[in-house]
Design a protein around this ligand. Structure first.
Ligand SMILES: *[C@@H]1O[C@H](CO)[C@@H](O)[C@H](O)[C@H]1NC(C)=O
Ligand SMILES: *[C@@H]1O[C@H](CO)[C@@H](O)[C@H](O)[C@H]1NC(C)=O
Ligand SMILES: *[C@@H]1O[C@H](CO)[C@@H](O)[C@H](O)[C@H]1NC(C)=O
Ligand SMILES: *[C@@H]1O[C@H](CO)[C@@H](O)[C@H](O)[C@H]1NC(C)=O
Ligand SMILES: *[C@@H]1O[C@H](CO)[C@@H](O)[C@H](O)[C@H]1NC(C)=O
Length: 603
């Protein structure tokens, strides 16, 4: 949920003659991606200047020690030592990479902690004016790399980016699962089951290899990377900055909603202002093995897809490349796509242009389609790429999306987190060690009962599974597993889109039902993953009012979108071309969009 950022902090050493000077922070995966494509493995040692590393090392000798330096305009970067195990000091310390946006108004009213989703993404970039525009200028804002991630140490480095890309190229980890999903006769045939079995066996073998690789390269540290520890880290930092009485404030989305649910239930008496957006189900996250998550996650996916088809038909050829004429209905466009995918299942298409030659297969198209459904602003360009292959037999633009998936850049920290959060292997609970048939049956269930088009397509955007192979599944230390219905010291704000294809409104309602009076639910009437995937002024302003004044929207509040899906001029940016918008409102919308990007797979 939520990809690793497409912009991230990569600090490089300045090779000037004044080596003890500034750390240059270069933002942008462009550089990162360019190095990666050129074959230079990302070198973590470039992080900070060598002198700075020495200073950090000298400054951090015990939990609670911190070291800060000025990083960019109004942002300080830092390292904070925390106990690796809050219940056993002898385990040593973990060093969190942090960044702080300083409140523009003084004195500051406290700190808002943030998380970039994933899990697996670096979070320091969230110490930013974008979040400040959402929560107001009274708070310091902390972005940090959670355990195992980015510049925080210990770090999960099992692969190099190159080894990860090569490892998964042309496997089910890159192509997803291919099944004849819209033809029941074929879906339930014994041939299909055999083909599905082959793919599942490959999936499990690759997951086992990843687990073994991380056991070798990361080892014991994997015990301490779960969400429970990250919640404790936030509590620890808040006490460090403000003492024991100051409440904890938090803003996040996607996986950050899981972290938020842990945080408020683990520290119910210390909760200040907390807003979470794009809600995933915490009960199933902590209570069920990951192969059972999809039935929950995908409960709105078909709604999102129907929204895509209807908006495309409504826009017609002027806005949506998949519409051949103004008369095309959503149903007609949908049937055309089904027919194409059925055909592709039997006949993969060779692609020779783009980043890498290869073959386009049905499962991969469904997987990148789901990624695009998360990001409503990307729909016009996705429709163009899909139309290019359906109408012009050119698979390259879509295939480029398949191989251009940025996931390989982010190693296996996501698995380290999800497998530490997962229920430990138990002979009493056979679900913790699923067989190939269990996985097949669950996949077929999800296709038939939950999402016919995308039921087995979430394994690319949400690369979970295989925790049964992880040596420290469940962590074996501390693992929060509810209750999720605590009474909180302050009401929190829960935000769900009407049709979010991976964190459905059902989960927002579930969490609101659990927290009941300790929460308010705000619904945004839009498709996409988190409200920022199709930002509305209404949601942004209500979020801001909550952080600034503590006011919550009334029960049943629904925010309507400002922009248009499939704007007639194709790719142009209709969301902000409304003359009635003030400059301030444009800034708010752009900030929300930038944050939404963190949680979708937008490239
Ligand atoms: C703390 O960790 C050490 C080292 O792993 C171990 O020997 C000791 O038993 C642990 N103490 C507790 C109270 O768990
Ligand atoms: C489904 O597949 C069967 C067997 O290949 C074929 O006979 C039938 O026409 C297909 N149905 C549709 C709706 O495509
Ligand atoms: C909270 O949930 C637990 C089950 O996890 C249940 O036993 C308890 O009654 C619930 N408490 C409230 C106040 O609803
Ligand atoms: C909160 O609890 C009350 C009393 O049990 C119930 O009537 C109400 O529907 C609950 N609210 C939500 C959002 O579940
Ligand atoms: C906070 O409340 C004040 C006083 O009611 C109001 O003027 C202001 O606009 C509110 N701020 C936000 C961000 O809603």
């Amino acid at each position: 949920m939520g990809k690793p950022l497409d912009i991230r902090e990569v600090a490089v050493e300045r090779t000037s003659r004044k080596p003890n000077r500034t750390v240059v922070v270069v933002l942008g995966i462009l550089i990162f991606g360019a190095c990666y494509r050129l074959g230079t493995p990302y070198n973590a040692k470039n992080d900070v200047h060598r002198d700075l590393s020495v200073q950090i090392q000298e400054a951090l000798t015990k939990p609670g020690d911190q070291f800060w330096w000025s990083c960019t305009n109004n942002v300080d970067c830092g390292r904070i030592a925390v106990p690796t195990d809050y219940h056993n000091e002898s385990i040593g310390m973990t060093v969190l990479a942090v960044a702080r946006w300083k409140a523009l108004n003084s004195p500051s009213k406290g700190t808002v902690f943030t998380n970039p989703g994933g899990p697996g993404a670096s979070g320091t970039l969230l110490a930013s004016p974008w979040v400040a525009n959402l929560v107001g200028n009274d708070y310091d804002i902390i972005g940090f790399d959670p355990r195992g991630i980015g510049q925080t140490t210990p770090t999960v480095r099992c692969h190099t980016p190159i080894s990860k890309a090569v490892f998964q190229a042309n496997t089910v980890l890159e192509n997803g699962f291919s099944l004849p999903q819209t033809n029941d006769t074929r879906l339930f045939s014994s041939e299909t089951r055999e083909y599905y079995r082959k793919q599942t066996e490959e999936f499990l073998a690759l997951k086992k290899a990843e687990a073994d690789l991380c056991a070798e390269h990361v080892g014991e540290a994997l015990r301490y990377m779960g969400t429970t520890f990250v919640a404790r880290d936030i509590d620890f930092m808040n006490r460090l900055f403000h003492g024991d009485d100051e409440p904890i404030n938090f803003w996040s989305g996607s996986y950050g909603s899981i972290l938020g649910a842990y945080l408020v239930n683990m520290f119910p008496d210390r909760i200040g202002r907390v807003a979470i957006d794009g809600i995933a189900n915490p009960v199933s996250w902590a209570g069920d093995p990951s192969y059972l998550w999809a039935r929950d996650w995908l409960s709105s996916t078909e709604d999102t897809y129907q929204w895509f088809l209807s908006a495309c038909a409504k826009a017609g050829p002027a806005g949506c490349a998949l519409a051949e004429s103004d008369k095309d209905s959503a149903q007609v466009i949908g049937r055309r796509i089904d027919k194409f995918l059925d055909h592709l299942y039997d006949q993969p298409l060779p692609s020779t242009g783009g980043m890498r030659p290869g073959i386009l297969i049905a499962g991969a198209v469904r997987a990148v389609f789901l990624i695009s459904l998360e990001d409503a602003l990307s729909w016009p360009s996705f429709a163009e790429d899909l139309a290019e292959v359906i109408y012009h037999k050119n698979p390259t633009p879509l295939y480029t999306r398949v191989v251009g998936n940025p996931m390989p850049l982010f190693d296996l920290s996501r698995s380290a987190v999800t497998c530490a959060d997962s229920p430990p292997l138990s002979s009493k609970d056979p679900r913790t060690n699923p067989t190939v048939d269990d996985l097949i049956d669950e996949g077929l269930y999800t296709i038939t009962k939950v999402s016919p088009h995308f039921g087995v397509s979430v394994t690319i955007s949400e690369p979970d599974g295989g925790c049964q192979f992880w040596k420290y599944v469940g962590g074996g230390v501390e693992r929060y597993n509810g209750p999720w219905n605590k009474t909180l010291s302050n009401k929190i704000l829960i935000i769900s889109n009407k049709a979010d294809p991976v964190t459905p409104i059902a989960s927002g309602k579930l969490l609101h039902g659990l927290l009941n009076d300790s929460s308010a639910l705000l619904v945004q009437n839009s498709p996409g993953h988190t409200s920022g995937s199709f930002p509305t002024l209404c949601t942004v302003k209500l979020t801001r009012a909550y952080f600034v004044n503590g006011t919550l929207p009334a029960e049943g509040t629904i925010c309507e979108p400002d922009g248009q899906l499939f704007p007639v001029s194709g790719k142009s940016d209709k969301l902000y071309e409304n003359d009635e918008l003030s400059d301030d409102d444009q800034v708010l919308l752009r900030s929300a969009e930038a944050l939404g990007k963190l949680f979708t797979k937008r490239q």
